[in-house]
Design a protein around this ligand. Structure first.
Ligand code: BGP
Length: 464
């Protein structure tokens, strides 16, 4: 496991706080959460002021890498593209701290915090946002290339595009298949423009994309189920991975969509940029798989459980004429209806490797729980079991020849979990948001340290 990255992952909006400091402008998330009076990330983990402590704790916890994202609203002031030097110096201090502690920074350019000034001009529905992203990405490469070698264009296009434009539970809260297609295309085009800027600038290091990976299983082996699985795979995975890794949007997906929707924004010029600017590696965030059966009846239904109460906001996915997601009554689910299924990671990694033959990082993996953090130490044995079983799954895939280069726990410390607020906790370090944001390592923090220091020898291994 020489040179393997063992780290933790966070995102700017979810941990930094300091939302108005050093001339940071409003993001679409600030705007939406304030307007609707919802729990927000104004303070979050206050990482903006406490990053040194957080990075030091990662180092003391045996970790050698930190995946984090840059906040566009801290770096680019306005639609004219003016640079905020205070934002640049903040991130330079963060990366210098990483270097001081021998922590490899693994940097996501965009993790969902679009400046509100761009949202007001149509956000991801407007192709201009892709060019604004290209400018922003160039500014980042130029400003940080001496300190950062591992870059990611986007975090989870599937998740923020479908949540924002189809399901409607994330800003800008649209529920329109046409808008979803337009936004999805503009994001994948922007990602390719980011890769292009990186190559043209001849910056050192590598650039990839991070995907919310959902391996697909079918309920049986019939042809109808296999067709449903292909639809589900196109919806969940292929439009990101094929486009970023092969430079090709799946043709059967385009054919199906073209029968009902306007695809005229996809021109030869765009396809050329996508084809010529493929990524160097894939980052996979793994939380769960999808078990699917053929579509039977009913309208498209997409319900996400943001309630944290099993059976209340019970998740449901039906895409009319395509597929239906089903729940396995014998499996285990969290309070947010996420199935715990490590085998999906083992099998999924092999599939992705066979399809793309690119190096892979597990860029997020973790379990969200309610926890009492007023105790001296959170006894999160469930998280230890979860991480053990998923790292075991990853090692099995590695043994089978998959080129896996790193694993990042989501998250190194507690942070704000979007629509779920701060009480859905993922951290290895507890943060008491109500009492001075004090940091206290959980039991899992020490388990992770020992596991890394043993070179993963302490993982309880089994084939899945
Ligand atoms: C991923 C995102 C993260 C993070 C994580 C957990 O989709 O990249 O930003 O939040 O999932 O999800 P949630 O916070 O919704 O439970």
């Amino acid at each position: 496991m020489k040179d393997f990255l063992w780290g933790g992952a966070s995102a700017s909006y979810q941990c930094e706080g300091a939302w108005q400091e050093d001339d940071r402008v409003e993001s679409m998330w600030d705007h939406y959460l304030h307007e609707n009076n919802l729990e927000n990330g104004d303070v979050a983990s206050d990482h903006y002021h406490r990053f040194e402590e957080d990075i030091r704790m990662m180092k003391e916890g045996g970790q050698n890498a930190y995946r984090l994202s840059l906040a566009w609203p801290r770096i680019i002031k306005n639609r004219e593209g003016e640079i905020n030097q205070k934002g640049i110096s903040f991130y330079r201090r963060v990366f210098e701290t990483c270097r001081k502690y021998d922590i490899e920074p693994f940097v996501t350019v965009y993790h969902w915090d679009l400046p509100q000034y761009l949202e007001e001009k149509g956000g991801w529905l407007n192709e201009e946002t892709a060019y604004a992203y290209e400018h922003y990405a160039k500014v980042c490469f130029e400003a940080f290339h001496d300190l950062v070698k591992e870059w990611v264009t986007f975090n989870e296009p599937k998740w923020f595009v479908c949540s924002g434009y189809l399901i409607g539970n994330y800003p800008p809260c649209h529920k329109s298949p046409q808008d979803t297609i337009t936004a999805a295309f503009n994001v994948m085009y922007a990602s390719a423009l980011g890769v292009k800027a990186f190559r043209e600038g001849k910056y050192p290091g590598k650039i990839g994309i991070v995907h919310s990976f959902t391996p697909i299983n079918g309920v049986d082996g019939t042809l109808a189920t296999k067709i449903a699985m292909r639809y589900a795979d196109n919806y969940c995975n292929n439009w990101i991975l094929d486009t970023a890794a092969k430079g090709e949007i799946p043709i059967d997906l385009l054919t199906t969509l073209s029968k009902k929707y306007d695809l005229s924004m996809i021109t030869e010029k765009h396809l050329k940029v996508i084809k010529e600017n493929k990524v160097d590696f894939l980052g996979l965030n793994y939380y769960s798989r999808a078990l699917v059966k053929p579509y039977s009846s009913g309208e498209t239904t997409l319900v996400v459980n943001n309630s944290g109460k099993k059976g209340k906001g019970t998740s449901k996915v039906i895409i009319k004429d395509w597929f239906e997601q089903v729940y396995d009554p014998n499996s285990t689910y969290t309070e947010w209806d996420t199935e715990i299924y490590p085998k999906g990671l083992q099998e999924g990694l092999k599939e992705v490797w066979e399809k793309y033959h690119l190096p892979i990082y597990i860029t997020e993996n973790g379990v969200g729980m309610y926890e009492d953090v007023t105790v001296d130490q959170v006894q999160d044995d469930y998280r230890i079991e979860f991480m053990n079983d998923h790292i075991n799954a990853m090692l099995n895939a590695k043994d089978d020849g998959v080129d896996i280069r790193g694993y990042f726990a989501w998250s190194p410390f507690d942070l704000y979990s979007w629509k779920n607020g701060c009480e859905k906790r993922y951290g290895l370090v507890a943060i008491d948001f109500d009492h001075g944001l004090v940091r206290k390592p959980k039991k899992s923090y020490f388990w992770y340290k020992e596991m890394i220091e043993s070179n993963a020898e302490t993982i309880k291994r089994k084939r899945l």
